[in-house]
Design a protein around this ligand. Sequence first.
Ligand SMILES: [Zn+2]
Length: 255
Amino acid sequence: MKLFDSHVHYEDAQFDIDRNKRLEALKETEVKMILNCCSDVEVFDTVMGIVENYDFAYGSIGIHPHWVLGTPENYLQRIQELAKHPKIVAIGEMGLDYYWDEPKDLQKKIFREQLALAKKLDMPVIIHDRDAHEDTIEILEEYRPKGVLHRYSGPVDILKRAFDLGMYVSFNNDLSYPEWNAAPIACLMETPWDRLLIETDCPYAAPYERQNERCEATDVKNVVKLIAELRGVSEEFVAQKAYENAMNVYEIKGN
Ligand SMILES: [Zn+2]
């Protein structure tokens, strides 16, 4: 089985102790491709190092809504410059997060600025939306980007509005948590096979049995298993569709 984990955070401080060892170990697994997603200016260099050192690693560059405070004046120029790298294939992650307390006006400003830049560069975006579904979709409908709603767990009707824009959605091990998997499962059941991606969001979001532990890209295999069971198809089919879709949305050639 060939797996594409479309949203990992190997730049995260939780991997500072063994980042290269863990990435090196992926070479011996079924994970053949990863998209390392960026969250903050502080980790731009780490993300660039990962995509340069590992053939199977592609990346995004951007500012997560939880890290908008203190974003430097020149952040857009820096994103634009790094986005020229052939292995930076998306802008993000960006969006709105009303779970935490960052000012909404600032979140919206930085979200809009990154969307405008992605349009200008004709690049896909990776969207983070936590407890901000209506505001997020309204802004997306304004800019009409291509890209992915990552770890989405909002209402199905809003997801369908994103599909109308041509966007994709990625699912992770949230599907295994009985406390909150109702929303992602409802979304999964309405997702066309040509719009579905898989991810771990590692080191976050381990499978339920290992909750609170650091997880890794190899845990994407459990996401495949969950989707295959819920949709009544083979794991091979899910893995292949998700792989093709990730290659398409991030416009990666080959493999
Ligand atoms: Zn993320």
